[in-house]
Ligand binder design. Structure first.
Ligand SMILES: Cc1cc2nc3c(=O)[nH]c(=O)nc-3n(C[C@H](O)[C@H](O)[C@H](O)COP(=O)(O)OP(=O)(O)OC[C@H]3O[C@@H](n4cnc5c(N)ncnc54)[C@H](O)[C@@H]3O)c2cc1C
Length: 458
């Protein structure tokens, strides 16, 4: 098998060096390690197809992989076999400035793609915080999102077509560069968010728009969480259409205060909303910002901070972006990527606080308020490994029950992967699970593609 794989992939496209097996046996999910037997690093779609033909014949598990920044263990080769890294398929094949599309391979780093697109005055909006390192293929497989999905939607909204290889090695092309496509089932959208369990995505045709010429950032402090939540509802109802609408609750503000010197007006607040507005006319943005400040003040919000120049905007964004680092600095932790209907956000924060308290843990919550997507971090603190494991698992189970009771889902953007799969029945009903299993079997009858993911163990 080793010789066969080297014959397909070449010396540079194959490794079973122990250091590489360890590297490709991890992602960014906790401290989990599942080394594969070998790592494949193909440089073109033909090599991907040949590899899958061989793996199919040998019934060998294959785990597709981007940059390994995933937070639900999706890229962990939990059944061994081959880690299939797409990192060398990293060409932008075309940027079409007449159709406003780009065709890029799965291994392109998201920030690089966005940079090239922007050189043409165009915009590809999806913006996970990992954009400097995550790869387009990983974004597609997870349907990743970020602050801007509030206005622009998640990755799937920007995909017109895919090139992918099926488990048996056959090449599949879906969609194309057309803005509309009513021809048959929408396989493009089925593969997006399938977490590497249905096919290996090798390239995508993406939709682009004109790059907004102006931005404005607004930070709104609130002495009460409920007032912040009410402001979110009022801001959308009034049609202010923020590009991003993020929230930090009290514990997150305190945490970020340990790594950044916060402006005095933010200290001691119960919640902060960070909004980004975009458009083409700076004056129009200032007008919208004034309207938002008025709405917030009516609900008890304090004086907002407004940033119109890029440096000041970066400084305000740091207050949101540094929360993850601040939490890491405080303690090891477990993050739950909850999502609830937007109006239930304050209830979700309260549920997280009370669940954590019941289990003797501390919760820090922050996230994408505009999407109702709240990252709940449960902190280990000084607990022993055994205490932590027991309390963490019990608290997480209760937390997801609370999410379901609020009409939410167990993940908004990080995917089910390996670590959330036991909770999937809380978000998908039995008929849905049964049809999903049949779809998996139709795409991958031998079960070689990313086994052990999404579906609860049977
Ligand atoms: C600091 C940090 C910040 C983050 N911020 C965000 C955020 O704001 N929003 C967000 O949504 N996520 C975020 N994430 C999670 C993660 O970055 C995203 O899920 C990202 O899209 C994963 O891309 P990746 O290339 O690292 O994929 P990987 O982690 O390598 O893989 C992720 C999943 O995709 C599958 N996969 C990868 N490539 C392919 C392919 N070509 N074909 C088929 N399947 C494939 C894998 O099998 C796996 O299931 C963050 C992670 C970190 C570490």
């Amino acid at each position: 098998m080793r010789a066969q794989l080297i014959a397909i992939l070449g010396e540079h496209g194959f490794t079973d060096d122990p250091a590489a097996l360890e590297k490709y046996g991890r992602d960014e999910t906790e401290d989990l390690l599942f080394p594969p037997t070998a790592v494949a690093l193909p440089e073109n779609v033909q090599q991907v197809a040949a590899l899958l033909r061989v793996a199919s014949a040998a019934r060998l598990p294959v785990t597709p992989r981007g940059a390994g920044t995933g937070l639900s263990g999706g890229a962990l080769p939990v059944a061994g076999g081959i880690a299939l890294s797409l990192e060398r398929l990293n060409r932008v094949r075309s940027i079409d400035t007449r159709n406003l599309t780009a065709e890029a391979e799965a291994g392109v780093v998201l920030a690089d793609l966005q940079g090239w697109v922007e050189e043409h005055g165009l915009f590809y909006p999806p913006d996970p915080a990992s954009r400097e390192s995550c790869l387009l293929g990983g974004n597609l497989a997870e349907d990743s999102a970020g602050p801007r999905s509030c206005k622009y939607g998640t990755t799937r909204k920007w995909v017109l077509g895919l090139e992918a290889v099926l488990a048996d090695g056959s090449l599949l092309r879906t969609g194309g560069a057309n803005r509309k496509d009513a021809a048959g089932y929408n396989l493009t959208q089925l593969l997006i968010g399938s977490e590497g369990t249905l096919a290996v995505i090798t390239a995508a045709t993406l939709r682009l728009i004109a790059l907004p010429r102006a931005r404005l950032v607004l930070l709104l402090p609130f002495a009460a969480l409920d007032a912040a939540a009410a402001a979110v509802a009022a801001i959308f109802r009034a049609g202010f259409e923020p590009a991003a609408c993020e929230i930090l609750e009290r514990a997150a503000i305190e945490a970020v205060g340990t790594v950044l010197a916060l402006p005095a007006s933010l200290v001691g607040q119960d919640a902060l909303l960070l909004l980004e507005l975009d458009g083409d006319d700076p004056e129009e943005l200032l007008g919208r910002a004034a309207g938002i400040a008025e709405v917030a003040a009516e609900l008890g919000g304090a004086e907002p901070l407004v940033a119109t120049d890029a440096a000041e905007q970066r400084r305000l964004w740091q207050i949101r972006r540094k929360v993850g680092e601040a939490v890491k600095h405080l303690s090891s932790y477990k993050e739950a990527d909850t999502v609830v209907p937007r109006a239930a956000l304050a209830d979700m924060v309260r549920a997280a606080r009370s669940t954590a308290e019941r289990h003797g843990l501390r919760a820090i919550c922050y996230g994408h308020a505009g999407d109702g997507n709240l990252h709940v971090n449960l902190l280990r603190g000084a607990l022993t490994a055994t205490e932590w494991a027991a309390r963490r698992d019990a608290a997480e189970a209760d937390l997801f029950q609370a999410v379901a009771a609020l009409g939410g889902k167990i993940t908004g953007e990080h995917g089910v992967g390996f670590t959330q799969r036991r909770y999937l029945p809380l978000s998908v009903d039995p008929a849905g699970l049964a049809i999903m299993r049949r779809i998996k079997a139709a795409f991958d009858p031998l079960g070689i593609l990313n086994p052990g993911k999404i579906f609860p163990a049977t």
